[in-house]
Write a protein that binds this ligand. Sequence first.
Ligand SMILES: [Fe+2]
Ligand SMILES: [Fe+2]
Length: 349
Amino acid sequence: MKEGKAILSIDSVKPGMSTAEVIFNKLGNVILWENVTLDENMIARLKNLGIETVAVHPEKPKITYVKSQSSQQFMVDYERDVMAVKQIFQNITSGRTLSSQMAQQIVDSVLEHVDAHRNIIESITQVRNIDEYTYYHSLNVALLCMLIGKWLRLDDQSVRDLTLAGLLHDIGKTQIPLHIINKPGKLTDDEFEEIKRHSEYGYNLIHQVDGIPSEVAIAVLTHHEKEDGSGYPMGMTGDKLNLYSKVITVADIFDAMTANRVYHSKDTPFKVFELMQHGSFGVLDPVVLRVFLDNITHYYIGTKVRLNTGEIGEVVFMNRMNLSKPVVMVDDRYIDTSVSKVIRIKEFL
Ligand SMILES: [Fe+2]
Ligand SMILES: [Fe+2]
């Protein structure tokens, strides 16, 4: 996966390049981990910190992705794509076969935003319309799969197929009665068993459709399998699962937990990272999880938070071993919330 590295002066480092080594500041503290894809803000921060050279992975030739756009344009495209996902789901509910052309058009649109990491992460954490949860969730998982595929340095065709698999992973939910999908209370055992069949229903809906690669259909079938064999429908272990399936599982859990946070509680995204890191032993693929966390957590540097002391500060460093407790700068003081016994982050602003 790694093809050597190039040492570049900071002025030659461009957004989209990824770090080939850990970057330390003058005090020996880690500023950025390896394999983190850089954006303009991160490069500016490195300059501010006096970093002169950066080891990056050699650049691959870019294919015809459109450059990153303004966040307003991104949101217009995002809402349009959610509606297109809804259309695909509704077509299937009304008995039509999947149009792989329609699905590929959404994938094209998703891939156009490949450099808009911040916009993607912001859109995923915004409040959604609960009635249309599945459509937002499908698009979010597609966007996250694309990002993780890039961070894993997969080739362009694999990123495309992975994005398609993310988009279609819950397509089988079209076959589950609505009263079960929308049931507000606790599901009965039978209802839960029915929901669990959406992976198989999804596979059945797409595996014979022209233009859908077989690995994509397999990933849809296995997206609720777990590394330790505790998943469904077959109880397969990690060594039998394809990479797309492992990536979808990470993206799926992150989006579901983030949505849960939006609807139900005031947990910070840091708490979500922490739960993924520590609540998932044996469940998520460790390499995929590490690459995901190392990259995505950097987008929260600069975030404003309120501490339990009432003070407002800015996240300046993510603690890799304790992702829910970053270092926060308040005025000119650095507070390491992983060390302090009394100070903690109360709210994410
Ligand atoms: Fe699912
Ligand atoms: Fe899902």
